[in-house]
Ligand binder design. Structure first.
Ligand SMILES: CC(C)(COP(=O)(O)OP(=O)(O)OC[C@H]1O[C@@H](n2cnc3c(N)ncnc32)[C@H](O)[C@@H]1OP(=O)(O)O)[C@@H](O)C(=O)NCCC(=O)NCCS
Length: 189
């Protein structure tokens, strides 16, 4: 039985919910020599981490736009751990989907799979969570539609996302001095 998770904001207007599949994205790219980082001793041809992060950010952004039908920005990235190197010549596939929504935030899970196409060998290179914020026409955070979760897996990920969201709120509210100073320096929109 699908379940409507209406997010955490009390000021959300009535909006039609969207399923997780509605905004899921799969994006593949062959890693080319110009995307390599500085060589490791004795070896050449590993992808520059920033190239992979850009792919991840792009795919997460498309998922967030698909869910919200709005312009979005990346507010935070969690759990970015490169467990396996990705080589030049690998086909990198980035899979993204929404796991949780707050009022204007969307938590997007990003899985990266690297495929050695010649050997037909796939490696799960990393998983991270991108917190995307939807903006209105004036560039202010805008409410997003509820997320409809339809399976045990989606429900589990929602609960995990809710914990992260609350922890993040706590961190922001706690008034970390550097973070507060950084936020106060933002140009007014
Ligand atoms: C993200 C941003 C839009 C938030 O704006 P803001 O004026 O602080 O807005 P608010 O305090 O009302 O927060 C809006 C939402 O963003 C969330 N948020 C704000 N800062 C966040 C952070 N660092 N991490 C996660 N979520 C954050 C809030 O929890 C809130 O969530 P909710 O609406 O779901 O409850 C603003 O900080 C910004 O524009 N940052 C720069 C983003 C950017 O340029 N990214 C590209 C990389 S350079």
């Amino acid at each position: 039985m699908p379940e409507m998770n209406s997010g955490q904001g009390s000021t959300r207007p009535q909006m039609e919910g969207r399923k997780v599949d509605h905004s899921a994205v799969t994006m593949s790219q062959l890693i080319l020599p110009h995307q390599a980082g500085p060589h490791r001793p004795g070896d050449i041809g590993y992808a520059h981490g920033g190239e992979i992060m850009k792919l991840m950010d792009t795919a997460a952004g498309v998922t967030a736009v698909r869910h919200s039908h709005r312009t979005v920005v990346t507010a935070r990235v969690e759990d970015m751990n490169f467990f396996h190197p990705i080589r030049v010549g690998n086909l990198v596939t980035v899979k993204t989907f929404c796991t949780f929504v707050g009022r204007s935030t969307m938590a997007v899970r990003v899985d990266v799979i690297a495929e050695d196409v010649v050997r037909e060998k796939e490696t799960h290179a990393l998983t991270a969570y991108f917190m995307m914020v939807a903006l209105d026409d004036k560039g202010k955070p805008a409410p997003v539609p509820p997320l409809i979760v339809s399976s045990e897996k989606e429900r589990g990920l929602w609960e995990d996302g809710q914990k992260r969201y609350r922890a993040c709120k706590g961190e922001l509210m706690a008034g970390d001095e550097d973070l507060r100073a950084c936020r106060e320096e933002q140009p007014s929109r």
